[in-house]
Design a protein around this ligand. Structure first.
Ligand SMILES: [Zn+2]
Length: 134
């Protein structure tokens, strides 16, 4: 969970069928070592649901879920844009926004932290070095 100053950004998938607005501190993001985050190389910023607005037709989205949350991706171009979920260690309901989908982000300026989602080790919080996957 970011604690620095959020600002408003727009984001989208590649083809433009999915568009959103999010208030987020886009200087920080996190990666998770769980199996699905590893497969899609997810790099996300976590916000409260009120900070996120879907600006496009929800019908353009497909979703894929687990017990923690649902991942939403564009049915046309396949880009994973965001997830919605609930995890007490993240403060309850959250939206996890793909930082790569934010339109004005220079990834080189984003500080990336790492979660140990593979072991449900959410209580440990994010850290500066990746967690083992074994
Ligand atoms: Zn798309």
């Amino acid at each position: 969970m970011q604690t620095t100053t959020p600002s408003k950004h727009t984001g989208s998938c590649h083809c433009g069928a999915v568009r959103f607005t999010v208030e987020v501190d886009a200087t920080h993001a996190s990666r998770c070592n769980c199996r699905v985050c590893t497969k899609i190389a997810g790099t996300t910023a976590i916000v409260k649901p009120a900070a996120f607005t879907l600006d496009s037709d929800p019908a353009a989205l497909s979703q894929y879920g687990n017990e923690i949350g649902q991942r939403y991706f564009c049915s046309r171009c396949g880009v994973h844009c965001f997830s919605r979920g609930h995890l007490e260690q993240l403060g309850g309901d959250f939206v996890s926004v793909a930082i790569n989908c934010i339109d004005d982000i220079e990834m080189l300026s984003v500080k990336v932290l790492y979660w140990d989602g593979r072991h449900d080790n959410w209580a440990a919080g994010p850290r500066e070095t990746p967690w083992p996957i074994a």
